[in-house]
Design a protein around this ligand. Sequence first.
Ligand SMILES: [Fe+2]
Ligand SMILES: [Fe+2]
Length: 382
Amino acid sequence: MLDWNDPLAKPVVNSDTVEPTIVEQSLNNPAPENVNNIVDPTAVLSNLAPVNPEDKRVINGQTDINQLAPFKYPWAWNFFLNANKNHWTPLDINMAQDVTDYRHKLTLEEKHVYENVLSYLTTSDILAMRNIGLAVMEKMSAPELQIYQARQVYEEALHTWTYQHCIETIGLDQGEIYNRYRVVPEIHQKIALANRRLSSVLRSDIDLRDRDELHNFVIAYIFFAGIFEGCWFYNGFSPIFALQRRGLMKGTAEQLQYIMRDEVMHAAFGIRVVKQIIQEENLTLDQNAIREMWDESYEAEKAYTSYILKDPILGYSAETHIGQFQYIANRRANQLGLSEEPFPGAESTLPWLDEQANMRKEKNFFETRVTEYQTGGALNWD
Ligand SMILES: [Fe+2]
Ligand SMILES: [Fe+2]
């Protein structure tokens, strides 16, 4: 019989030795009633008026956070429904050929790219999880926003599992891979930058009724949604997609395509939330702060690129990577409604990347066989 106190434990055969469960113990020895914990529900309910959805706000709202509908932000609920159409686990994807590719086909330069991309991504996704789950979600005052973000927290954890699955399956040295961001300055720079932004909004004393605090929170959210997820992640898988296009590391690349679908949604959702805050709070963004954000993100990405691609691989170079970063950054600025593009004139250096993001498994154009979880129509990226 399953032990509900320890569900992973092997079942105990001899019932004579079974310890009483906590439930049984509490039934036999009921705790004395604490009169302070007894609440008269009618006393609370009699004071409550129905929630008017128009009173909801993204932050600093006063409506009942426990009441989902009627929605003020139906688009947030749609994000949640859409997110549930992209469901997989890393175990669904066949990695056998990747082991052979890594051992026998990748050049030293390609191994360097592969290992360092995984090393950066896995640390980044932990940061992404902590940002949305610990710093952002608690500040939202409408449940339909929190519910998508709760899903997002799970997805970031799933992404971390995915990288770990790849690292483990290929047989990479975990102690070495997971410590790389600590010892390679070019990887550390991106992580440190994100950590700094996160630390500035992950404080118990933050008060978003203060306009400076509010502005800093919005800038941090723009950074995480627009750059960290919208540019760094979106563009971050590309070196491995370049291998995939040559028939190499296709299992890993397919895992990353699933992750990319999530990240596109995360970026789009965050940008939507930010725009809603700006409108509701009548906030004017400091253009210097925006420019500084783009510049430091570009510098960090450039250093990272020069490290992971110090030697180009077939079909992919440092110039390709940084050019695409600038092109995608302009796209995010436009989505955010910012007054100017950060890198005027930047052109796409990876015309195939968007196709990669729009992968539809039902078309079956990959050779690996994956359980198809999509239950609705095609994912809606709006
Ligand atoms: Fe992620
Ligand atoms: Fe994400």
